[in-house]
Design a protein around this ligand. Structure first.
Ligand SMILES: CC(C)(COP(=O)(O)OP(=O)(O)OC[C@H]1O[C@@H](n2cnc3c(N)ncnc32)[C@H](O)[C@@H]1OP(=O)(O)O)[C@@H](O)C(=O)NCCC(=O)NCCS
Length: 325
C-alpha cells in the first residue's frame, strides 16, 4: 500500500507545492552581515569585533561552508549569518564524525546519465519507478535514487548497485548493513527540479526542500498543518513575508519529523519551529519530551531562489558542508 501510494504522494507534493508565483523577498537569515573588522593596527579595535574576526577566520580556515546561523561560545557571537555556498566538491569528501554533508543536485538528468543511474537500482526500485504514471516523476525518482546510491557508494567505497536498504516503520530508508556502513545515516528530499541529501555518522538527520508557491501559503493550510503558536507567528508578519515564513515553517517541521523517522505519524501541532525570515531555524517548543529541544539542531538551507529547505540534525556542535553535485 505504502509503495503504491508513494508515486501519487510524490506527484501531489510537486503539484501542490511547486511554485506558481515566485515571491521575491529576503531569505531566512538575510540579516545584516557582521560589521567588518577594523584594521588590526587600529587602536579602537573592540573585543567583540576581535571575537567575530577570530570566529570567521577559524571557520574559513576549517573550510567551513556555512548553512545558516550558528552560535560561537554561546555569548558574544550568536546567530551570525554566513553566506551559504554550495561548492563543487573536491575529488574526495571524507565524512568526519562531527560533520554533516549536504548535497544538492538537479533531478533533470540527460538520457545517458539517467540510463547509468537506472542501471544501479535494485529490482524493487526499478519496479517502483515503473509504476509512476508520468515520465517526469519516474525520471526524477530514478535520478534521486541513483544519485543516492552513487553518493553512498562514494562514502562507503562500494559499488552503488551493491547497496541494500531497509525501511523504518514509517518508511525512512537506511542502509541495511549498518555495521558495514560505519553507522552512516542519511536522508533526502526532492521538490520540483532539485534534490537534497544529508549524510552524517552516528547521528540522525532529516532534510526537506520545497519549491515555494505563494498560493499555497494561505491561512487554511497553515491552520491545518501548523501549531497554534506557529499560526500566531505567521499572522503577525507583514503579508509580503508570509510565503517565505510559511515555507520556513513547513520545511523545518518536515526536516524534524523526517530526522525522527516518523513522518506524519508524529502530530504536527505537537511542536513549534521558528519561521520568521531573518531569525535562525530552531525547534522552539514541544508538547512531548522537553529534552527534544536540546536533542536536535535545525538549520535553514539556502537551496535556491524559489526554494525553502532545512535540515534537522541530532545533537549539536556539528559542522555543515554543502556540496553541489
Ligand atoms: C516522509 C514525509 C514526511 C515527507 O515526504 P515528502 O515531503 O512528500 O517528500 P520528500 O521529498 O521530502 O521526502 C521523501 C523521501 O524521504 C524519505 N522518507 C520516506 N519516509 C520517510 C520517513 N518516515 N522519515 C524520513 N524520511 C522518509 C524517502 O527517501 C523519500 O524519498 P523516496 O520516496 O524517493 O525514497 C512523508 O511522510 C509525507 O507524507 N509528507 C506529506 C507532506 C505533508 O503533509 N507535510 C506537512 C508538513 S508541515
Amino acid at each position: 500500500m505504502e509503495t503504491m501510494l508513494t508515486p501519487i504522494r510524490t506527484r501531489l507534493k510537486d503539484e501542490t507545492l511547486a511554485l506558481a508565483c515566485a515571491v521575491s523577498m529576503r531569505r531566512p537569515g538575510d540579516r545584516k552581515p557582521p560589521r567588518r573588522a577594523r584594521s588590526a593596527s587600529c587602536p579602537a579595535l573592540t573585543f567583540s569585533t576581535t571575537v567575530r574576526s577570530i570566529a570567521l577566520v577559524r571557520y574559513a580556515l576549517a573550510g567551513f561552508v556555512a548553512a545558516g546561523d550558528f552560535s560561537y561560545s554561546g555569548t558574544l557571537f550568536r546567530q551570525v549569518r554566513m553566506t551559504q555556498t554550495w561548492v563543487n566538491p573536491p575529488s574526495d569528501t571524507p565524512l568526519a564524525d562531527g560533520e554533516v554533508h549536504l548535497w544538492r543536485a538537479s533531478l533533470v538528468q540527460t538520457p545517458d546519465a539517467l540510463r547509468r543511474l537506472r542501471s544501479t537500482l535494485a529490482p524493487d526500485e526499478s519496479e517502483k519507478a515503473a509504476r509512476y504514471h508520468f515520465p517526469r516523476d519516474r525520471d526524477h525518482y530514478v535520478a534521486a535514487r541513483g544519485l543516492l546510491r552513487r553518493l553512498l557508494g562514494h562514502y562507503l567505497a562500494q559499488p552503488p548497485q551493491s547497496l541494500r536498504f531497509s525501511y523504518g516503520a514509517y518508511g525512512k530508508p537506511s542502509l541495511a548493513d549498518a555495521a558495514g556502513a560505519q553507522d552512516l545515516r542519511f536522508n533526502l528530499s526532492h521538490s520540483h527540479e532539485l534534490v537534497i541529501y544529508a549524510f552524517a555518522r552516528g547521528r540522525d538527520v532529516g532534510v526537506d526542500i520545497e519549491h515555494m508557491r505563494a498560493d499555497l501559503a494561505g491561512d487554511d493550510i497553515a491552520e491545518r498543518f501548523f501549531s497554534a503558536r506557529e499560526v500566531g507567528m505567521l499572522r503577525a508578519l507583514p503579508v509580503a513575508a508570509r510565503t517565505r515564513a510559511f515555507f520556513n515553517c513547513w520545511t523545518r517541521k518536515e526536516a524534524y519529523i523526517k530526522a525522527r523517522g516518523e513522518g506524519l505519524s508524529h502530530p504536527l501541532d505537537a511542536f513549534d519551529v521558528s519561521l520568521t525570515p531573518g531569525e535562525p531555524a530552531a525547534l522552539l517548543g514541544t508538547r512531548g519530551d522537553p529534552r527534544e529541544l536540546t536533542r536536535w539542531s535545525l538549520h535553514a538551507l539556502d537551496a535556491g531562489e524559489d526554494y525553502a529547505a532545512a535540515v534537522a540534525v541530532q545533537g549539536t556542535g556539528h559542522a555543515l558542508r554543502l556540496w553541489q553535485l
